[in-house]
Design a protein around this ligand. Structure first.
Ligand SMILES: [Zn+2]
Length: 194
């Protein structure tokens, strides 16, 4: 797949996958055309997880039905940004990435609670980021704490979602990950509040 990158003035951690949805009324089907990936133009190591996040969107966003619940749309992209930061074997870098994501989640929570002028669309998007990032953290904790078999199982499951063989919701159920158990204080505190 040939997908260009457009560098913009956005900060290094806020990339975007730009796509076009075309409703084909003849076959009542939605076609998704990927246009380009937007990334921040000032180079830093943070661009790597930001890029992987958007590449993951190219996998999950193009197979309609692989993620059934709108609120889970950011879960795998957020998980993959953590995973790639882990692969650098630089603990500080992984901490930075997790803290940036957590700060983004807290900002979303604050705006839902305080901002009276928030539009319905923004509120929905914020709630989606909150649900996705807490569950992504839960899945990432299972990956970190799991033995090699569990690590392989998680990666195999994610590949199954990319291939359209399983839904994300299926694997969350199998791994006992829900929004409710992702709110567990111990779960959040384990890596993010020290
Ligand atoms: Zn995203």
């Amino acid at each position: 797949m040939d997908l260009t990158i457009q560098y913009t003035n956005c900060d290094a951690f806020s990339g975007e996958l730009c796509k076009l949805l075309i409703n084909d009324n003849n076959v009542s089907k939605i076609n998704i055309i990927l246009l380009y990936i937007k990334l921040g133009k000032s180079y830093s190591q943070i661009l790597v997880p930001a890029y992987i996040h958007e590449i993951t969107h190219t996998q999950v966003d193009t197979i309609i039905g692989s993620v059934e619940n709108y609120h889970n749309a950011e879960l795998l992209p957020i998980f993959m940004e953590k995973l790639v930061a882990l692969q650098t074997k630089n603990k500080e870098f992984l901490n930075d990435i997790e803290r940036l994501r957590f700060a983004h989640t807290l900002k979303g929570m604050a705006s839902l609670m305080i901002d009276r002028n928030i539009s319905e669309e923004e509120a929905l998007e914020n709630s989606m980021y909150i649900v996705s990032s807490l569950q992504a953290q839960n899945l990432f904790n299972k990956y970190l704490e799991g033995n090699d078999d569990i690590k392989h199982e998680i990666i195999r499951n994610i590949q199954n979602v990319f291939d359209g063989n399983k839904t994300l919701e299926n694997i969350l159920k199998e791994m006992n990950i829900s929004f409710e158990n992702s709110l567990d204080k111990k779960m959040i505190g384990k890596r993010l509040i020290k």
